[in-house]
Design a binder for this molecule. Sequence first.
Ligand code: ADP
Ligand code: MG
Length: 588
Amino acid sequence: MMVRAAILGLCACLLLLGPLMLSESYVTVLNYIGLYSIVVIGLVLLTGIGGLISFGQAAFVGIGAYATAYLTTVYGLSPWITLLVGIVLSAIAAWLIGGLTLQLGGHYLPLGTLAWGLSLYFLFGNLNFLGGHSGISALPKLDIFGYQVASLRSFSYVVWTVAIGTLWLAHNLLSSREGRAIRALKGGKLMAAAMGVDIARSKIIIFVIAAVLAAISGWLYAHLQRFVNPTPFGLHYGIEYLFMAVVGGAGYIWGAFLGAGVITVLKELLSDLLPKLLGQNGHFEGIVFGILIIALLQCAPDGAWPFFRRLLPARNVKTPQPRSDRPLPRRQAPAGKALLLDVENATKQFGGLIAVNRVSLKLHAGEILALLGPNGAGKSTMFNLISGALPATSGEVRFLGQRIDRLEPHKIATLGISRTFQHVKLMPELSALENVAIGAHLRGRAGILRSALHLERAEEHQLLAEAARQIERVGLARHMHAPAGSLALGEQRILEIARALASDPSALLLDEPAAGLRHLEKKTLAELLRKLREEGMGILLVEHDMDFVMGLVDRVVVMEFGEKIAEGLPEEIRRNPVVLKAYLGGVE
Ligand code: ADP
Ligand code: MG
């Protein structure tokens, strides 16, 4: 803690004294680093953390800059009003572009942002009322509570206040339920959707946030230069912003400052040094710059920040304890032995392969139903049909009487179905606690704004406390703060159960939860499942270990080649010749 505080203190001193003591040209560089950092924080959120690539951030910077340039010079509006206009315009543009391309997934967003970056650049250059390629000049100075921000030095304080404020907001956002949803966009979409996260919404939100940050930077830039033309908003700069994010360490918001700093300083140095070294003028820096970046990414593929972070001492994290004054909402438990799941003739076809063929099953509250069958029988596909991860080709799935087979997975989660995955889906770098907290997503209400301002402290505390409680319940308390990826595979499966439980489900789908567990761990798991059944939970269980299943479950459904071949009590199934032949290969 001391070292951290000392480093932060040092940075603060530099930022406070730097603008006063450095020469004017250094202050300019400092200002640019601040301006770029604001854009790059957005990109870190979008690309590094959300996994969505945008080449078009410079165009959003342009919206912020041109909105204020035009409205302040032509209509004499106050820069504070034009800041709002810039924010709204960029948000609308991002919402439209995002709405058009994000659903398509894959490379459509990067392509969409390329097109957007290119076309807006030409639009700025060709609209006469925006001054064409010569731009707009004589923007007013910023006026803060009657104080005119006239000098480069004083502007530095404004830029860096905004940059650090942005960092604070981004940091808050990331350590909230919305933040966990955003983190899950990269590599955890299927899992997050099953935990009730509306993936499409999270994508749009993060895209809009990145665009708004870019526009704010553009607004600052315009009033710093007091002149705008299209050049700094072209695709070239869009790519450079992306470089900064990647070089700094795309997954870390602090990396935004590092990336913006490294690249800005490097460019300055190169454009100073190279002509002298080579004895001739020309834009050689571009070439050397490219080579350096490739070299850097070879050495540090995760960017520069993780490298620095290793030098810092680890943080001490405490396990949050639940507070009784603000309990999390709980679902109303279905009555007694209520029929939870009612699957009727569910069918799933993958091209020529019928993975699930007219299978029906029922799951009641307070019951453990085993779904058995050899590999490839269609069990996991059945889970995917129920949880909405895959749409059924035909057939119906009802939950508490309501049709759910056409609902999106996050809607199904809302109704009270939660699941684990045969192939474990955890966010390996996040702690066990944070991973399980994703499961509690639906039990919080705080949105983006409250999270960014950290006004959701009480709720966030309760969500984490609930996650901690579930981790303790499944017996993994000793791994609470360890990265989920560092747990043994069997423990990771159990951690998935804790995550599913954190959503307070009425029905739990467990896909091979005991695989990779040792004998004692299996006994503990069986005890937990019995306890959950007693509490009224309905559990659908896929498992290969017969001893584990037979001593535990109430009923069994057996599948083979996508079809249901038997159903009954465990003892009946044990003796069923069809099952013995198909599943147990005739030996037992
Ligand atoms: P189980 O869980 O019983 O081992 P699965 O449900 O995973 O079986 O698979 C059933 C069949 O469906 C297998 O032949 C598998 O290859 C196929 N299958 C599963 N998912 C897909 C998919 N997304 N695309 C194509 N085929 C799939
Ligand atoms: Mg399977």
